[in-house]
Design a protein around this ligand. Structure first.
Ligand code: SF4
Length: 437
C-alpha cells in the first residue's frame, strides 16, 4: 500500500496476504485518527457493528468509535482481564457482556487503550439488534450527559419469512425506519455543528455499495477448494475494515483489492492451509483471549474455518451485498439498507439453522463448531437448540465448545483441546468408514 492508500496493481507476488497487511495498516491509521481527535478534545460518534450507519455519520465528520471493536482488541492483546477487573471493582457484575465492562474501564481510564486513546462520546447511535446496546448507551448518557439515539429496526416475524417490496408489512417497516432517520438528522446537525450534505451522503453510500459488493464476493470465493482464507482469523481482519471504514473511500479500495487477491489465489489454487483436510463452519463469537491458539486447535488437525455466522451478524448484514439504489431518495435508500442489513444480522443470530444447512452444501463443509460464550447471551442463548435442530436436519458432525470472548477466567485451553481432539478423531474415523463403503 502506498501513501495514498493504493496498492500497485499487477504485482502478483505482493497479493498473497495483502488483505491482512493493509487491514492492519488501515486499523493503525484509524486509531491514529481517533487519538488525534481525542487530543483535540473532539467528541466521537459511538456506534455498534449491527447498524452503525457509518455512511451517514461520516458526512458530519464525526470520529467513529466502535466500542465492541475496542473491547475485543484488549482481549486479543491479552489485557482484557485488567479492564474487566477494573469494571467489576467499580460494581459491574462478572456475568454481563465483557465488551461493556472493558468499555466502562476504558472510559474510567479517560479513553486509554493499548491501541491508543479514543475520544469521549459526543453522541451514541444504536439499533435494537442487541438489547445490551440500549443499556450500554445509557452508561454513556449517565457519564457524559450526551444524546443517545436508538433506531428501532423491526425484525423478521418468523424464521424464513423475508418479505420484499410491495408487501404491506415490509413497506410499513421501511417507512418506519426512514421516519426515524429523518428525525436523527437535526440531532446530528446540532451535535456536530454541521449542515446535512446530501451529496456527501450519496458519495459515502456509493463507497458502502462497493464494500458490500466486495464483502459478499470475498465470502463466496471461500467456497474454493482449498479455501482461500480462514474465516475466524483472516475473516476477522476483513470484518474489522468492513465495519470501521464503512462508507469511506479507503474502505471501498480495500475491498476491491481484497476481491483481486482472493480471485488470484483461487486461480492459483493457493489456500490458507498447505494441507486442508477438514472444512469447518464456526457459529458464535470468537475466543479472543486465546485467539491464535484457539485456531491452532483446529489447524493442527488440518481443519480450517471456511465460513462463520460471525461474518454475517457482526458485519451488520453486509454479507447480503445489498447495494443502495443511487437514483432513489438517499434517506429512503439508507432506511431500506439498514432494515435489510440489521434484520439479516438478527436472523443470523436467532434463525440460523436453515442458513447453516445451505452453507454446509455450498462450502462443502465437514463439521460445524458451535461456540457459546458466557458473556454474550444475545448470540449464545439457544445455540444448544440450534445445534439439535441442525443435527435433526443433516448428519453433519458438530462440536459444542464453551468459553468466552473476553474473560480468560472461563477459558480452559486444556479442556478445549480435549474436546477438539476428540472431534477430529470422530471426523477421521467417519472419513475412513466412508472411504471403505
Ligand atoms: S451481548 Fe453480545 S451482541 Fe450484545 S453487545 Fe455484548 S457481545 Fe455484542
Amino acid at each position: 500500500m502506498n501513501a495514498e492508500g493504493n496498492v500497485p496493481k499487477g504485482d502478483s507476488a505482493h497479493l498473497v496476504g495483502r488483505g491482512n497487511r493493509d487491514g492492519a495498516e488501515l486499523f493503525r491509521r484509524w486509531y491514529d485518527g481517533l487519538g488525534a481527535a481525542a487530543a483535540e478534545g473532539r467528541g466521537g460518534a459511538y456506534v455498534f457493528v449491527m447498524g452503525s450507519l457509518g455512511e451517514l455519520l461520516r458526512t458530519f465528520d464525526f470520529p467513529i468509535v466502535f466500542p465492541e471493536i475496542n473491547s475485543l482488541q484488549t482481549a486479543v492483546r491479552h489485557v482484557a482481564h485488567e479492564y474487566l477487573n477494573e469494571a467489576e471493582d467499580y460494581g459491574y457484575s462478572p456475568d454481563i457482556c465483557g465488551y461493556v465492562k472493558a468499555d466502562v474501564a476504558t472510559q474510567l481510564r479517560g479513553g486509554a487503550l493499548p491501541m491508543g486513546r479514543i475520544p469521549k462520546p459526543a453522541i451514541a447511535l444504536y439499533t435494537n439488534a442487541c438489547n445490551t446496546y440500549i443499556k450500554w448507551a445509557e452508561i454513556w448518557e449517565r457519564m457524559y450527559h450526551i444524546p443517545t439515539v436508538a433506531i428501532d429496526v423491526p425484525g423478521s416475524r418468523a424464521d424464513g419469512l423475508t418479505p420484499g417490496r410491495g408487501d404491506r408489512d415490509y413497506e410499513n417497516d421501511r417507512r418506519y425506519v426512514a421516519a426515524q432517520l429523518r428525525e436523527i438528522i437535526p440531532v446530528l446537525e446540532r451535535v456536530s455543528g454541521k449542515r446535512f450534505d446530501v451529496d456527501r451522503l450519496r458519495e459515502c453510500m456509493a463507497h458502502a455499495n462497493t464494500m458490500g459488493r466486495g464483502w459478499k464476493r470475498v465470502l463466496e470465493l471461500n467456497q474454493s477448494r482449498p479455501s482461500l482464507f480462514n474465516a475466524l482469523t483472516d475473516g476477522t481482519v476483513y470484518l474489522g475494515v468492513c465495519n470501521g471504514l464503512r462508507g469511506a473511500p479507503e474502505g471501498a479500495r480495500y475491498f476491491d483489492d481484497l476481491v483481486e487477491e482472493m480471485e488470484w489465489k483461487a486461480a492459483q489454487g493457493i489456500g490458507s492451509l498447505t494441507d486442508e483436510q477438514y472444512r469447518l463452519v464456526f457459529v458464535g463469537v470468537p475466543c479472543y483471549p486465546i485467539f491464535r491458539r484457539f485456531t491452532e486447535l483446529f489447524s493442527e488437525h488440518g481443519g480450517t474455518f471456511v465460513h462463520s455466522t460471525y461474518l454475517w451478524f457482526a458485519s451488520g448484514g453486509a454479507n447480503l451485498g445489498y447495494e443502495y439504489d443511487m437514483d432513489a431518495d438517499p434517506l429512503e435508500a439508507l432506511a431500506e439498507g439498514l432494515l435489510l442489513g440489521v434484520r439479516d444480522a438478527m436472523d443470523s443470530m436467532f434463525f440460523q439453522t436453515r442458513a447453516l444447512e445451505q452453507m454446509i452444501k455450498e462450502f462443502s463443509v465437514d463439521g460445524v463448531v458451535f461456540h457459546p460464550i458466557k458473556s454474550c447471551r444475545t448470540v449464545s442463548t439457544g445455540l444448544a437448540d440450534q445445534r439439535r435442530a441442525l443435527m435433526a436436519r443433516t448428519d453433519i458432525p458438530s462440536l459444542f465448545l464453551e468459553s468466552d470472548m473476553m474473560d480468560q477466567r472461563v477459558v480452559s485451553e486444556a479442556q478445549l483441546k480435549n474436546r477438539s481432539d476428540a472431534f477430529f478423531e470422530g471426523l477421521a474415523s467417519r472419513r475412513q468408514q466412508e472411504s471403505t463403503r
